[in-house]
Design a protein around this ligand. Sequence first.
Ligand code: BG6
Length: 496
Amino acid sequence: MTLRKDFLWGGAVAAHQLEGGWNAGGKGPSVADVMTAGANGVERQITDGVIDGLNYPNHEAIDFYHRYKEDLKLFADLGLNCFRTSIAWTRIFPKGDELEPNEEGLQFYDDLFDECLANGIEPVITLSHFEMPYHLVTEYGGFRNRKLIDFFVRFAEVVMKRYKNKVKYWMTFNEINNQANFNRDFAPFTNSGLKFTDSDNREQVMYQAAHYELVASAKVVELGHQINPDFEIGCMIAMCPIYPATCKPEDMMAATVAMQRRYWFADVHVRGHYPAYLKAYFNRKKFNLDITDEDLSALEKGCVDYIGFSYYMSFAIKDQADQTDRVHLHGDIDEHGYQRELGAPAFDYLEDSDLVKNDYVKASEWGWQIDPMGLRWSMSWFYERYEKPLFIVENGFGAVDEVEPDGSIHDQYRIDYLEAHIKAMKDAVEFEGVDLMGYTPWGFIDLVSAGTGEMKKRYGMIYVDKDNEGNGTLDRSEKDSFAWYHDVIKSNGENL
Ligand code: BG6
């Protein structure tokens, strides 16, 4: 037996990607509600409010808001003992800055969690999963504004008090480190409600917003433990390990620096202080950040209990100087005003442009590199570094599924992906001694893709009849992976 006896086997989703009911029950618009459908290689548009005639796939999503009772039965049939979802902030505080919560929204999650528990399924809750109130963007500039700390803490306090006897496992900000990719609009907007102007120093704004989020998270961790000392409250990191493309020392150093830029968020969440490498970076860049002594003390007092993380793929990097023939070039400025030093000694990293293809692994149709060993490596890295329990709260394979004339769906490719990753995860437990709490594959019921807004990029073991244009009956059916995952759970992973 390699896995814990009480291992949490589940599935993961986020409110905005499955609930729909975007303006039902007093809910306000969130950042997800102003994002149109994109496609493979076509970015989603972020519109100024909801514009008539455009396709906003999250508005209806898969209508879980109205169908959750039947869906929960199906989840129980699948054998899940936990269900990771998020609480849509805008159901509770439609605009985000109100003093009083919306009772109808609170009641919805009461009913949902009761239904989970009645089906023997433990809710695992993310407080902020790419769905902050849009009003906080237009009125306050999102998390670039310190006031957002209090708004978030108020929201968290209300829901933690309300559900303190129904929910034990919490996470604060989903994939908080996506915004390390600050030159794209998607991650800063979905993580932090940031919309940039041309005069913004995007990188500095991102660090400021992330700092406020980390303070808000730490305050919520401290408060949550007061509300119920049994709460386990984690962070949530998007883990894509960055390998050096070769064993050339400069590639190794470039990978080390790139890892620092992507994972410092976890250092602060877990250790409660800023790492030396980041302080040195802030000094060199002469960032003018609002970080007070009180903030630093809040960070120290609010260290997370566990590390929740997603794992889909690995990345690789080469020394930039090597790629461009420009060594020690100071003052390299890109179109967003980002200034960096290429190559040694700084090895400044730009996620948007610096990653290279890894020829040792294959990729999905969406270009996501498939690398089960990278999951074991990631678990090992996290555990070695932090010695805190880990929870794999997302993993999965986005693919196009074919429905056979008899309605069956033979998704062996998904089974292959998941099986290889579960085996790698067991190896990390067995060979590296990692303490792993659970595993919740992403989008185990088909839902709207966050990155592209498509339905066609499916992760599910449960099929949902809906296409990219919004057509379909929304009926649910089992894919081959459904029975397969059921058996994996039943054997606590021993059948693999
Ligand atoms: C993670 C997110 O980035 O990956 C999810 O936490 C998201 O919200 C998932 O859906 C898969 O990404 P995508 O773009 O394929 O939906």
